[in-house]
Design a protein around this ligand. Structure first.
Ligand code: TYD
Ligand code: MG
Length: 450
């Protein structure tokens, strides 16, 4: 019992409408709406073995046993390992290393679990070449090169693995639908069928998705709410560092990061990530902050270049920091430190271009700007933590204790922080000098004393 019907779907955000619009009503993108024909199944067709509700206290509360991905850094981002029956989506730009990391992980997992790797983009021989480069061991790893969803589902059912990988969701298609692979309706239909299969058979499923040019997953809304975990694989193709960052996680905290390095033989975990985002040099224009990404404290250098402008509108650019945040910090300095910054261009970049979300990096940004402006390095071996309020005050921050511990672990001698709620000075006596401040002016006096 099936009938054809046509619908109009925005290829950018997945919004469905019954008629064509030149501009999407939801995300405002132009010319992104495409007509798609989909077959509609009867509502009741799929109800075969209906499930019954059960009393809550009959559910066993025994801990879900996760299995390791083979990488400690990957496990951390997943919230402690892979949960059986969960669906994880890894998104990233083409060529960033998604296939590499999942293949390495598949090899490691296959030493203890049955694993199926479905490649829809490459041939078996191409995967084999990559495999040889990675110099991996495997025991129970099966590989399937297929793009047809029904065939993939048949094979998953036949093999019944504990862990299956789909590389990538945009390359597979459901032949019952007329739209082309990679379109929002295909991506949505294929993902939801695969998700049902994973849940029904308790298979952990990892789906790879490519990101569009503006950094969003194709059909983002559709995919993100379907899956349990969404991870972004980020990095600059020119540098060798790669970051896994959880954007959504039903089984762990979000914004958790895992850091890797891309080498000749694949990806390697970085054990001490703070060391790659800091230089430990005491030069003007550089201030170190400790940020919290997920549950991990991380030291990152903030670099600023402030120079006299030749433009009527001074230039402000950022790498790794939100540009609006920079505008706000500049406005606070202008008002509360009384420095006319409108005559200066201002460029701010984080060490390695690491994207910081934690607002407590504000103070580091402000100190690096002032240091570049004055051409004086900030106090040697120091780090700066605190969110800048609009009235110039330095506001409280989360996880201050773990940040101070990280600074101490790295051998940093001074740390400038907002007023503490508990007295930590005794805990860190002779290890790190904690300077509590309440506003930007105080921070300035302390940081640039000679
Ligand atoms: P790939 O995993 O194919 O990217 P994606 O699946 O995200 O499109 O990675 C491709 C890049 O990684 C390619 O530029 C080569 C590089 N690479 C290495 O540097 N070392 C390796 O061992 C491998 C397998 C790839
Ligand atoms: Mg790939």
């Amino acid at each position: 019992m099936s009938s054809k019907l046509s619908t109009f779907i925005c290829q950018n955000c997945g919004t469905e409408t019954s008629q064509y619009f030149g501009k999407c009503l939801n995300c405002n993108s132009w010319n992104s709406i495409v007509e798609e024909i989909k077959s509609k199944r009867s509502k009741y067709q799929d109800i075969k073995n209906s499930k019954k509700a059960i009393p809550f206290n009959e559910i066993s509360s025994k801990k879900i046993s996760r299995f390791t991905s083979g990488f400690k850094e990957f496990d951390r981002v997943l919230g402690g390992g892979i949960v059986p029956g969960s669906v994880v989506l890894i998104g990233g730009e083409p060529g960033i290393g998604k296939s590499t990391i999942v293949l390495q992980s598949a090899g490691k997992i296959s030493l203890s679990e049955k694993v199926l790797y479905v490649t829809a983009e490459e041939s078996l021989e191409q995967v084999k070449i990559r495999w040889e480069r990675l110099k991996q061991d495997s025991f129970d790893l099966k590989i399937l090169a297929e793009t047809n969803l029904s065939q993939i589902i048949e094979e998953i059912k036949r093999i019944n693995p504990s862990f299956a990988i789909i590389d990538s969701i945009q390359a597979i298609h459901n032949h019952e639908m007329e739209s082309s692979p990679g379109s929002v309706s295909q991506v949505r239909a294929c993902s939801s069928e695969l998700q049902n299969l994973a849940k029904d058979n308790n298979i952990a499923l990892l789906i790879i998705g490519h990101v569009t040019k503006d950094g969003a997953l194709a059909g983002p809304k559709t995919l993100e709410h379907l899956v349990d975990v969404v991870i972004n694989f980020e990095g600059d193709k020119i540098s060798s560092h790669r970051l896994l960052r959880s954007i959504k996680n039903r089984f762990g905290s979000t914004f958790e990061i895992g850091i890797f390095e891309m080498l000749e033989a694949g990806l390697r975990e970085i054990k001490n990530p703070s060391s790659i985002f800091t230089n430990k040099e005491n030069i003007s224009g550089v201030a170190t902050t400790i940020t919290n990404e997920g549950t991990r404290p991380l030291a990152v250098d903030i670099q600023a270049l402030v120079s006299k402008t030749f433009y009527s509108n001074p230039r402000r650019t950022t790498t790794g920091i939100n540009i609006n945040r920079l505008h706000q910090i500049l406005a606070v300095i202008e008002k509360h430190v009384d420095i006319k910054l409108s005559e200066f261009d201002c460029y701010v970049a984080t060490g390695g271009g690491f994207a910081i979300n934690d607002p407590s990096s504000d103070l580091g940004v402000a100190i690096s700007i002032l240091s570049s402006l004055k051409n004086i390095p900030p106090l040697a071996s120091s780090s700066f933590i605190g969110e800048l309020g609009l009235s110039g005050q330095v506001r409280k921050t989360n996880n201050l204790r773990t940040k101070i511990e990280e600074a101490a672990r790295l051998g940093i001698k001074n740390i400038v922080v907002p007023k503490l709620e508990e007295d930590l000075n005794n805990n860190f006596k002779n290890i790190i000098n904690i300077k509590e401040i309440s506003n930007i002016k105080e921070a300035l006096v302390y940081s640039f004393r000679q």
